[in-house]
Design a protein around this ligand. Structure first.
Ligand SMILES: Cc1cc2nc3c(=O)[nH]c(=O)nc-3n(C[C@H](O)[C@H](O)[C@H](O)COP(=O)(O)OP(=O)(O)OC[C@H]3O[C@@H](n4cnc5c(N)ncnc54)[C@H](O)[C@@H]3O)c2cc1C
Length: 271
């Protein structure tokens, strides 16, 4: 975007889960938060003049001062919430925008687009189909919004969240998801980490990448049956490597990737 638009939103809460992982709550200033479908994203932006956080790497080339830095972020808060929007963001130390977003504090201003976008939603999935939501890292964000809007605790639709991260402390929203699993018989949560040797206290949960867990039969065990394209839609969100691997595995199990023209049971969002 050429020219810096008015910074139209304010940070009202900043929850730093680790120095490199945060949940940022943003409220539009003087305008109504736009309605959206759970799973959609908006753009967040800052002028390049905003200072970078201390953990970031210095930029080799300075961004143009008259351009707003803007990137897409999935909305993590429920689409039923009309006051604010939460974003689950990871610091990319060499990046242009995240080091500046991490330097923001409560009360600081930023720019937010007013038109949420994206087709990575449950809107077209019939309510009698079960859903498996697979994420790496901050790819969990759209699922937190979907759970807020769609999880009917004790209802007939089953929902499973499979979340992969490097370390246990990178598993954001873990306590909320564990509580939901405890309270809702139709909801399952499977976290997995891929560097258990780094844990200061022994990790008793699953280890390995999400795609390995799918193949090992862990999902079948938690689900109580093997997920089938006949009754289940699978959502994939996060790093491209996981998505490519999962699509390859699911395709061998007769799942089809959903596109604008071909309806299928695999839904993909690449960060
Ligand atoms: C639809 C959509 C939704 C998204 N939602 C989220 C979200 O909810 N939370 C979130 O944290 N991010 C999300 N992203 C990613 C986000 O848009 C930015 O790309 C990311 O925050 C990095 O921005 P940056 O300006 O700091 O880095 P950039 O300046 O864009 O990138 C600098 C370098 O880092 C690499 N890089 C970019 N992203 C990553 C990464 N995640 N890990 C490792 N290297 C990276 C780039 O390839 C580049 O080489 C989403 C992306 C899309 C397309």
């Amino acid at each position: 975007m050429v020219g810096i638009p008015e910074l139209n939103a304010v940070v009202t809460q900043k929850d730093e889960l680790t120095p490199r992982l945060m949940i940022l709550r943003v409220e539009p200033d003087g305008w109504e938060p736009p309605s959206f479908e759970a799973g959609q994203y908006v753009l967040l932006g800052l002028p390049p003049t905003v200072k970078r956080c201390v953990l970031s790497v210095e930029e080799e080339t300075l961004p143009r001062p008259d351009h707003l830095l803007r990137r897409a972020y999935s909305i993590a808060s429920s689409s039923l919430n009309g006051e604010y929007m939460d974003f689950y963001i990871r610091l990319v130390s060499t990046g242009a925008l995240t080091p500046r977003l991490f330097a923001l504090g409560v009360g600081d201003r930023l720019w937010m687009s007013g038109n949420p976008k994206g087709l990575f939603t449950l809107a077209d999935v019939p309510p009698d189909r079960d859903v498996i939501l697979v994420a790496t890292g901050t790819g969990l964000a759209p699922y937190m919004s979907m759970l807020g809007a769609y999880l009917e605790c004790g209802g007939s639709r089953r929902i499973l969240v499979l979340h992969g991260a490097t370390h246990s402390w990178d598993l954001g929203y873990r306590s909320e998801l564990e509580a939901l699993q405890h309270l809702c018989s139709n909801f399952s949560y499977i976290p997995t980490i891929d560097r258990p040797d780094d844990e200061p206290v022994q990790w008793h949960g699953r280890t390995g990448r999400v795609q390995q867990l799918w193949q090992s039969g862990d999902i079948d065990e938690a689900w109580g049956r093997t997920p089938s394209p006949e009754d289940t839609d699978v959502f994939l969100c996060g790093v491209p490597g996981m998505i490519d691997d999962m699509v390859a595995v699911l395709t061998t199990e007769s799942f089809i990737e959903h596109t604008r023209t071909v309806p299928g049971q695999i839904h993909v969002e690449r960060f």
